[in-house]
Design a protein around this ligand. Sequence first.
Ligand code: CAA
Length: 377
Amino acid sequence: MNELQVELKSQLEKFCLAKIEPFMEHDDETEEFRMSIFTDLGELGFCGMTIPEAYGGAGLTYQDCAVALEEIAKYSVPYAVTVSVSTMVQSIINDFGTEKQKSTFLPPLTAGQEIGAFCLSESGAGSDASSLKTTAKKADGGYILNGTKLWITSGGIAKTYIVMARTGGEGSKGVSAFIVRDGTPGLSFGKKEKKMGWRTSPTREVIFENCFVPEENRLLLEGEGFKVAMAALDKGRITIGSIGVGLAQRALDESVKYSLTRQQFNQPIFDFQGLQFMMADMACETEASRLLVQEAARLYDEGRPNQKIASFAKLKSTDTAMKVTTDAVQILGGVGYTREYPVERFMRDAKVLQIVEGTNQVQRVVIARQLKKEYTT
Ligand code: CAA
C-alpha cells in the first residue's frame, strides 16, 4: 500500500468504528438503511472516488478505491455495496456520457447526496442479460419505457437509475442505455426483497409503465447499451472483489482474536493445530484474493485489458469470502452461530457476493471465452 492508501484506510477505519459498527447489528435486524451514513461517506470523498475532481469526485485510482471499499466492507458489506454500485453508475456516466450528462448527473452522486442504481436484470434475464425484455419505444423527443427490472440494489432509495432497455431487435445489439431520474412519471418501485444477507441495503423491483425519458438521457447511440453495461461490470467486478476481501479479512480477524482467548482443554483453542491450519488457509486465501483484486485494478488504471483478471478477482475473492466466513462460524462454534457475535452475519452477507455482478459461473464463462481467444488467435 502506498502512503495515500494507508491514510485512506486509517480515515475509514476511524469513521466506520464510530459511525457504522455501532448500528450494524440493529440495522441488520430491522433492515434499516441510514442515508446519513452514506452522505457522511460522501462528505469525506468516498462516494465518487474514481470520478474526476471536475465533477466533484476524488480522482482516485481503482487501486485506491479497492483499498477503501475493502475497509468499509470490514464493517458493513451493505454500505460498501451501496458505494460500489453507485460508483459503477457514475463510471458509466463519466465514461460514456455527454458533457451535459456528466455535469448534470455526477455532482450529487459524487457528493453522496444521491445514490445511483444499475438496472440490467429482469425475471427472464439474469445471467443471460442480453435477453432483456424492457422496451424503449421511440416517441416525440425521447423514448417510452415499459418493463420491470428485478433485484435492483438501492431500488427506491437511489435517485439516478441507469436502465438497459430494448430499442431494437433481439440480442445484445438491440439494447440501449438510459439515465432515468426518480420522480419521473411512470417510474415506480415494486416488491422489496426479503433477503438472507445485505439486509441493510434495499433490493427492489423497479417498474416502468409508459415512462417517458428524453432523448438527451440516452447514453451513446441506440444499440450500444449492452456494451455500456458489460464495460461497467468489468469495473464492478473489481469493486465487488474488494468487498469480498474486506469481509474475509474481518472474519479472519474475529476468528484469530476469539481463538486466542477461548479456552478449552486448558489451552486457548488457537493452540490446536487443526484450527491453526484453518486460519493459516483463511489468511493465505484472503491475501491471494487481495492481490488479484489489486492486479485487476492496476491493469484498469494503466488502461490495459483486464476483463479476464477482473473475473478472476471477483470469482476468487467472493468464493474466499464464503469459505472464510463459514470457517469463522465453525471456529467460534456455538456462539458463532448466534447473533451474539457478528460472524453469522458475515456468512449471510458473503453468499450473495457469489451471485451478484455476474454469478461465479458467469465469471468462468468470461474467463473461458478469453482463454479460447488467447489460444486460437
Ligand atoms: N466490454 C465491452 N463490450 C463487451 C464486453 C465487455 N466486457 N463483454 C461483451 N461485450 C460485447 C461483445 O464484444 C459483443 O459485441 P459484438 O457483438 O459487437 O462483438 C456484445 O457485447 C455481446 O457480447 P456476448 O456475445 O459475449 O454476450 P452474451 O449474450 O453471450 O453474454 C455474458 C455474455 C458474459 C454471459 C453476459 O450476459 C453477462 O455478463 N451476464 C451476467 C450479467 C450480470 O453480471 N448481471 C449483474 C447484474 S448487476 C448487479 O448485480 C449489480 C448489483 O446490483 C449488485
